[in-house]
Design a protein around this ligand. Structure first.
Ligand code: MN
Ligand code: MN
Length: 465
């Protein structure tokens, strides 16, 4: 009797892998394969945007600047300084009734080279770094690392570099102290074990031509760079070079149910929303896909979500629809709905004490919805309204998409933020909605293939609504 009633009344949070059919299993495997392939060539925001543009072009999208006017069904994008991108399909509904926006970010925690990175110390050459985003510094030592980026010369010439991804490339690493001599280091708090200044990338050890003199290893490295790219030491100061893990995205587990990869925060939501967008044909409300930059350091700067570039994109749509007038942009935002598609902290049984089991996102149980983020007393949270949560639940339930409603960790323990509040501040209804991740912000993050597929289905359903 009670079992029957439980079945009727309880919110059963079952694994999505239960009762799954062969057709769905195949679709999950196909999407995961495409996602992992995309990740392997898109480790930085610039690479992600470049590859997203390629896909968008193949799917009939065009730069909004090529249009003098827009009409329903037009597929457009805008690329902001090669690091963030907005895509849209003009809907059949009057745009004054609001947009359906899905917004993720394509930057991930990493090590950036310092402006004057090249140095030599006692027989070894290094690139010095300044870490980007919230990392546990010790995780970045003694692993294979690659360097990706863009160097711009004073004449405007751009050189893209990527070393350490091809099997025939050399890789790089950051050394750590051997345990035999680490007594003092091992007494330190975990967060102080590795100093930020000590995240120095080892890049060489051969002196130039056996001549006598100083800095000959640095000279040899610069000579190699000059021959390969035509650059001098000063050119490194006008560059954005990122040090990222050299590992490939791989299937994880004997049952191959999981994905291990660098940068899944938030490229998992960025890729699944992009893939969903590219398959859309026509939509009622204008569908907008945001791939933003600089989320990991507070969404600041002209490629971050706080910048006015997004408003500019939407204004440009209103202009080209021929309907713009004072305050229309505000009106459009006030009637808009958004899924802030960012990852959730997946429940980890090894570290169960930081989560409330009844309010955590579990791997394999579908897309994770955070009604609010923020920390300790909802500080800094964009808290979705009950009416909007119900609207989102309805979309997911009628499309048979598995979801879980969660929050990020125990009340007094931590928390986090996304771009949700930025669009909410413009007046839109916003909720966080993404894939649960284990080892978030680590060089190798873990997701469930089932959740990746759920995210793709959820984003498709939201836009089709
Ligand atoms: Mn994120
Ligand atoms: Mn993050």
């Amino acid at each position: 009797m009670s079992e029957e009633l439980k079945n009727k009344l309880f919110d059963k949070k079952e694994s999505g892998w239960k009762k799954i059919n062969e057709d769905e299993k195949t679709k999950i495997a196909e999407l995961s394969k495409k996602y992992m392939d995309f990740l392997n060539k898109s480790k930085t925001e610039r690479e992600f945007v470049k590859n997203a543009r390629k896909l968008a072009d193949e799917h009939g999208y065009k730069d909004i600047m090529e249009f003098s006017s827009l009409k329903p069904g037009d597929k457009i994008y805008f690329i902001n300084r090669n690091k963030s991108m907005y895509l849209a399909i003009i809907g059949t509904e009057n745009i004054e009734n609001g947009l359906h926006i899905i917004g993720s970010h394509v930057d991930s925690p990493r090590l950036d080279l310092k402006p004057n990175p090249l140095c030599e110390d006692t027989g070894l050459a290094y690139f010095t770094t300044h870490y980007y985003g919230g990392i546990k510094k010790y995780q970045w030592t003694t692993i294979p690392l690659s360097i990706h980026g863009t160097i711009v010369k004073t004449n405007g010439e751009k050189i893209d570099i990527c070393i350490g991804e091809d099997e025939n490339d050399p890789i790089f690493t950051i050394t750590d102290l051997l345990p035999h001599l680490a007594q003092d280091q091992m007494q330190k708090k975990l967060k102080d074990g590795i100093d930020g200044e000590d995240l120095k990338l080892l890049i060489g050890s051969i002196p130039y031509n056996d001549e006598k003199g100083t800095d000959l290893i640095k000279l040899n490295i610069l000579n190699i760079l000059n021959k390969k790219y035509g650059i001098t030491e000063a050119d490194l100061s006008s560059s954005e070079i990122e040090v990222v893990p050299a590992f490939k995205a791989r299937s994880l587990g004997l049952d191959e149910s999981l994905i291990a990869a660098y940068g899944q925060d938030d490229k998992v939501c960025a890729y699944t929303s992009l893939a969903a967008m590219l398959e859309l044909e026509s939509v009622k409300n204008t569908a907008v896909c945001i791939l933003s930059d600089k989320e990991e350091i507070g969404s600041v700067g002209n490629t971050g979500m706080e910048s006015h570039m997004f408003d500019f994109f939407i204004s440009e749509i209103l202009n080209k629809l021929g309907i713009n007038k004072p305050n229309l942009l505000d009106k459009v935002f006030c009637f808009s709905k958004m899924l802030s598609s960012d990852v959730d902290a997946g429940f980890d049984p090894i570290y169960a004490s930081v989560s409330d089991k009844h309010n955590a996102g579990f791997l394999g149980k579908g897309i994770s919805i955070n009604k609010y983020t923020g920390s300790r007393g909802k500080s800094g949270a964009s808290d979705a309204n009950a009416e909007y949560v119900a609207w989102v639940r309805n979309v997911l339930e009628k499309n048979d998409i598995k979801y879980q409603i969660a929050e990020l960790g125990k009340v007094d323990i931590g928390g986090g933020g996304t771009i949700a509040y930025i669009i909410a501040n413009k007046g839109a209804d916003v909720i966080d909605c993404g894939v649960p991740v284990l080892s978030m912000h680590a060089p190798y993050e873990v997701t469930s293939k089932y959740d990746v597929y759920s995210a793709y289905k959820a984003y498709t359903a939201f836009w089709k609504e």
